[in-house]
Design a protein around this ligand. Structure first.
Ligand code: ATP
Ligand code: MG
Length: 646
């Protein structure tokens, strides 16, 4: 291996894991040489009511762009996630629920899951919800959120989960966007000790959604809410009146399963549509291999079900594999910055999957909060959502995992349905900051701006040259935007929108969004590299880098820097950081401007919104673009207020 820092696979892990390196290489080769045969075999991992005979029918263009997998098979996602396990796992724990308040938790067996989901499915039917209808789920992270998703899948309704942190306007837009008549919510949510007025938000949103005739309401806090007798239904009452048997609807492989809006990091959110058979094959298969899931493991993904990570890796992937999946209502720093690790100790979590934004936030709080917990049950650590800076990777590995756990840095998108580039724990030597190698059946390609394919080591725009079963099928109600966004930039390729470098060992390094690439005096630079250099400084917690117009260089580098807790900004430190980046990367990467940022603008899913930072750097505050998914608008006001050289 070419790079200095490589973490080999421990010998005993390679032996115990589903695949070791030779096996990975062999399976990958098969999957690329004969995808039809490979996916025909792995398509059988789920239960089909009627087996498929056709595997794949895909055209990335020109002409009619379409993606179809296992087209003539029939199945049901909920049946696979629950019923199939009942003969052997009825009394095994399917879901561990951990409340916002550390004193609350609950274990839900597969048998109970079956009854709860079926009752609610019948309750929806009783209100007229049927196959093909769109149902909006706007809920806190409570077990009922997963029941609602699974119940929709059971009766063939298409769910659209909207993150519980979104405003009434954002909710209304998403309800209209998928034309749903039914909303599922709670009276209030609980996050970090604070109440979230979900029902009140829903009431506001519905003023502009006259077609919604049913709102199911889970009683979570018992707080005061308004009630519309005709429209609103208590979850508990509806379920109590419903039967606990509800046959799973026979669905075609290409029937829609869910609509989900992207995070909105790069523009206004896109309503991604996923279908039934291929999605489930891919979500469950990646869950098994990427997390090396074995029967009896306790698995925790800290995402919210409002994001694709929650869909594929809290609910559908794990449950289809008969796993125990932990659902967490709270936040990483409540009541203290030790919470994540305390939950791991309490429930003996073996596999832990979170986002770089959470890792950096906890890193900022210092070592003590981690060290006072045991974490000895954890075997594997995962990350997703943004490039993980090598510094944060090392902290995760050395401090959280005490050097004992492999890390899977998983690259994927709402659009991809499941993980595409990732290490496999028993097979892949690790390099901090690299998502490493493609999963089975995935063919990444790097192309230059003219669409010319880059061979060997190099850097370019990340495309995927062939389909995989978990791929999105369209943007709901807007197939043209689907074709335009993903298939028109480079002929015959799926364009991801991300920049990427491939090293001499064939490892992939995501360098950031293509829109964010900076061009300094003719040198193209991803944001990730400069940001990682800044974060590598002992006093820096987080950073975001963007380009701005510069008379001489074309573009200059504008860096926003958040310091560690307890560090004070000063002119000296600013100079020190500029020199530091020069030394770490080279003179070409020297920041021209460096602004202290008490916080960075992030999406509700925790990703840095560089497009807003670019506007601030460009002195262009008039048009910040779509800010509906911005987590905390006051952060932006502060940055504008304190912009350098205003
Ligand atoms: P929008 O598409 O609306 O701009 P978004 O791209 O942030 O929002 P998601 O689908 O949630 O919406 O995020 C996918 C993106 O997240 C990827 O395209 C990539 O830029 C980034 N990403 C996810 N995982 C990783 C990872 N492991 N390493 C680097 N980047 C990642
Ligand atoms: Mg995107």
């Amino acid at each position: 291996m070419s790079d200095a820092t490589v973490f080999p696979v421990p010998e005993d892990l390679a032996q115990k894991a589903w695949v070791d390196e030779p096996r990975y290489l062999e399976m990958y080769q098969q999957s690329i040489e004969d995808p039809e045969a490979f996916w025909a075999e792995h398509g059988k991992r789920i239960h089909w009511f009627k087996p498929f005979t056709k595997v794949k029918d895909v055209n990335y263009g020109p002409g009619d762009v379409h993606i179809r997998w296992y087209e003539d098979g029939t199945t049901n996602v909920c049946y696979n996630a629950i019923d199939r396990h009942l003969p052997t796992k009825k009394d095994d724990t399917a879901i561990i629920w951990e409340g916002d308040d550390p004193s609350e938790h609950e274990y839900i067996t597969y048998g109970q899951l079956h009854d709860n989901v079926s009752r609610f499915a019948n309750a929806m039917k009783a209100r007229g919800v049927k196959k093909g209808d769109r149902v909006t789920i706007y809920m806190p992270m409570i077990p009922e959120a997963t029941y609602a998703m699974l119940a929709c899948a059971r009766i063939g309704a298409v769910h659209s989960v909207v993150f519980g942190g979104f405003s009434p306007d954002a909710l209304a837009g998403r309800i209209q966007g998928c034309e749903s008549n039914c909303v599922i919510t709670a009276d209030e949510g609980l996050r970090g000790g604070r109440k979230v007025p979900l029902k009140a938000n829903t009431d506001k949103a519905l003023k502009s959604c006259p077609d919604v005739d049913t709102v199911f309401v889970v009683k979570r806090t018992g707080g005061d809410i308004n009630w519309d007798d005709k429209r609103d239904v208590w979850w508990d009452e509806a379920c109590a009146a419903a039967d606990k048997e509800c046959p799973a609807e026979e669905m075609k492989a290409e029937d829609p399963l869910f609509i989900l809006f992207t995070s909105g990091s790069t523009g206004n959110p896109k309503g991604v549509l996923h279908t039934t058979g291929g999605y489930l094959v891919y979500a469950s298969m990646t869950h098994k291999y990427v997390f090396d899931y074995h029967d009896g493991d306790i698995y925790w993904c800290t995402a919210d079900v409002g994001w694709i990570t929650g869909h594929s890796y809290i609910v559908y992937g794990p449950l289809t594999n008969g796993a125990t999946t932990l659902v967490f209502e709270g936040v990483p720093n409540y009541p203290t910055a030790s919470r994540f690790w305390e939950v791991c100790d309490k429930h003996k979590v073996n596999i832990f999957y979170t986002a770089p934004t959470a890792i950096r936030a906890l890193m900022r709080e210092g070592l003590e909060a981690v060290k006072r917990t045991s974490r000895s049950s954890i075997r594997l650590l995962g990350t997703v959502g943004e490039p993980i800076n090598p510094e944060a990777w090392m902290w995760y590995h050395q401090v959280v995992g005490e050097g004992r756990c492999q890390i899977v840095d998983t690259w994927w998108q709402t659009e991809t349905g499941g993980i595409l580039i990732t290490p496999l724990p028993g097979a892949t030597p690790l390099k901090p900051g690299s998502a490493t190698r493609p999963f089975f059946g995935v063919k990444p390609l790097l192309v230059d701006n003219e669409g010319k394919v880059i061979e060997g080591a190099g850097e370019g725009n990340l495309c995927i040259s062939d389909s995989w079963p978990g791929q999105m099928r369209t943007l709901y109600g807007d197939h043209e935007r689907f074709v335009q966004t993903y298939f028109s930039t480079y002929d015959g390729l799926y364009f991801t929108g991300d920049g990427c470098r491939r090293d001499e060992d064939g490892y992939y390094w995501i360098t950031g969004r293509v829109d964010d690439v900076i061009n300094v005096s003719g040198h193209r630079m991803g944001t990730a590299e400069v940001e990682s250099a800044l974060v590598a400084h002992a006093k820096v917690a987080e950073s975001a880098v963007v380009g701005y117009p510069h008379d001489i260089k074309g573009q200059g580098i504008y860096a926003y820097v958040t310091l560690n807790a307890g560090e004070e900004p000063s002119d000296e430190l600013r100079k020190e950081l500029v020199v530091w980046v020069r030394k770490e990367i080279g003179p070409i990467a020297t920041p021209d401007m460096l602004q202290w940022a008490p916080g960075l603008p992030k999406t509700r899913s925790g990703k840095i919104m560089r497009r807003i930072l670019r506007k601030i750097a460009e002195n262009d505050y008039g048009s910040l673009g779509d800010t509906s998914t911005l987590a905390d608008p006051s952060v932006v006001d502060d940055l504008i207020e304190n912009r350098m050289n205003k």
